[in-house]
Write a protein that binds this ligand. Structure first.
Ligand code: LLP
Length: 463
């Protein structure tokens, strides 16, 4: 879909995006298990529940907007990744998707490791008891303070992202009397997104060190020569919301080729490769993501095959799924406010949140679905655009969806698959108060990140 620039967001009158489903779903009350968390169901009185608690009760107790995360589902997905990859591989949950101390504890208990990309994420992880040696530290511009903290706390690996950083990390490690385990992040010339990928010679982006022109080989040379570093592997991350494994195939082939070159030049077989994250989830019923065991099988086969043909020992594989673990496990609950039918176009349904709790629609044209969850309805479907309460016409939560025509102010609606990159990218735009995250499990609900208050806003504003 092409999008015309507009100072206040996308053009107002783009009706239906290309390829959009034009027919309403046959049953507006149905909940597609592909997009909803595992324990989400409609109770006999028609109200949707999660973890055994209905959303009307949840709204009463915790208010709206709010994110509700299905703890059992989160744990099950984390465990599925762990089991699929087995003992000879490591799964690092990418904390940028959503991180809180409760989540860190769940991950720890389920045997996952953690990828952090800032001092803030590192502090959160450590303060919740994640052992430092199970943490990988990422970032294209880590500060001296962040590197010092990461090394002195003993993080398991730092993923080096530039030539400057190779020297900086080695220097800091040495001055602390340490030898830091590191990987080098390379850009393999694969741009992957959803159903497409493009293999190129170069990559025009800020992360990593290019394989093209021997840059990565030079980075390896330098890292191997520095006493403060123990080079344990090569890292590659090719994109996000990927369904097609072909991009990983090209990436793995190129990384293994580098491993073979390293062996030939230095006589060293690096023991690890990390293939990053980026596996897609279902945001709408149109999406068909693979299961962790299928992904693990495909990645293992690709790496094993490439290593056999290069006569290399198969390295230990690690992966960094974020969205694929947390994304499907949460939904955002909103209360319907103003309803504005625009004749011949669509009905605008305003909710009590918006782009401050889900920026992904405005930022990436992301697609979501929505459902009426506080009751069932037999009314006809109406084409809606769910919008927030911000002073901006691009403040869209769900661009095009169908809700029952008898929708009324006070109804509760929910947007599924908002576990990843919604709370973690939430903002205070228009001095919105960021919503809480509530974990629900076995009939119990507890706040794991509380709602922001006006006092929080004023505390930062020192006057
Ligand atoms: N590892 C590395 C090095 C990454 O850069 C990322 C994501 C991941 C793992 C996790 O990717 P995941 O499995 O969650 O797709 N804000 C965007 C996504 C940005 C992803 C950045 N890096 C969004 O909302 O779609």
């Amino acid at each position: 879909m092409s999008r015309s620039a507009h100072p206040a967001g996308p053009r107002h009158a783009d009706v239906l995006p290309e390829g959009h489903y034009t027919a309403p779903p046959t049953d507006l009350n149905a909940l597609d298990s592909k997009v909803w968390a595992q324990t989400v169901t409609r109770t006999t009185d028609g109200v949707v529940s999660v973890g055994g608690i209905d959303v009307k009760k949840l709204a009463e107790e915790f208010g709206t907007p709010a994110y509700f995360i299905d703890e059992a589902d989160f744990r099950a997905r984390a465990r599925a990744w762990r089991t699929a990859f087995g003992e000879d591989a490591d799964v690092f949950y990418a904390g940028k998707a959503f991180l809180s101390r409760a989540v860190v504890r769940w991950l720890h208990e389920e045997g996952l490791n953690l990828d952090v990309c800032s001092g803030g994420e590192l502090t959160t992880a450590l303060s919740a008891g994640m052992p430092a040696d199970r943490i990988a530290f990422h970032g294209n511009n880590k500060s001296t303070e962040e590197i010092t903290e990461a090394i002195s706390r003993g993080v398991g690996r730092i993923v080096l992202d530039s030539f400057q950083e190779i020297v900086r990390v080695a220097h800091i490690a040495q001055s602390l009397g340490r030898r830091q385990r590191v990987q080098i992040r390379v850009t393999v010339g694969v741009e992957a997104h959803t159903h497409e990928f493009i293999a190129t010679a170069h990559e025009d982006q800020k992360f990593g060190i290019g394989l093209a022109d021997g840059q990565a080989a030079e980075a390896v040379r330098r890292a191997l020569a520095l006493d403060g570093l123990e080079l344990i592997g090569i890292h590659s991350h090719i994109g996000s919301q990927i369904f097609d494994m072909a991009g990983f195939e090209v990436a793995a082939r190129r990384v293994v080729k580098l491993l073979a070159e390293i062996r030939d030049e230095h006589g060293v077989e690096l023991p690890e490769i990390d293939l990053g994250g980026g596996l897609g989830i279902a945001y709408t019923s149109e999406d068909d993501p693979s299961e962790p065991h299928e992904i693990a099988k495909a990645l293992n086969e690709i790496v094993t095959r490439e290593c056999e043909s290069a006569k290399l020992r198969t390295p230990r594989i690690s992966v960094e799924p974020g969205r694929a673990i947390v994304g499907p496990t949460a939904f955002t609950l909103y209360e319907v406010g103003t309803i504005k039918p625009l004749d011949g176009l669509r009905t605008y349904v305003s909710v009590d949140g918006g782009m401050s709790d889900n920026i992904r629609t405005a930022l990436y044209d992301a697609e979501y679905t929505v459902a009426l969850v506080s009751r069932v309805s037999d009314a006809e479907p109406m084409l809606v655009r769910v919008v927030g309460k911000h002073c901006e016409s691009g403040d869209i939560v769900v661009r095009d969806a169908f809700l029952p025509a008898d929708l009324a102010p006070g109804d509760l609606i929910a947007v599924p698959a908002t576990g990843a990159y919604c709370r973690s990218m939430a903002s205070n735009y228009n001095h919105a108060l960021r919503p809480p995250v509530v974990a629900v499990r076995d009939g119990e609900a507890r706040v794991i990140v509380r709602r922001e208050t006006e006092e929080d806003l004023l505390r930062l504003d020192v006057g």
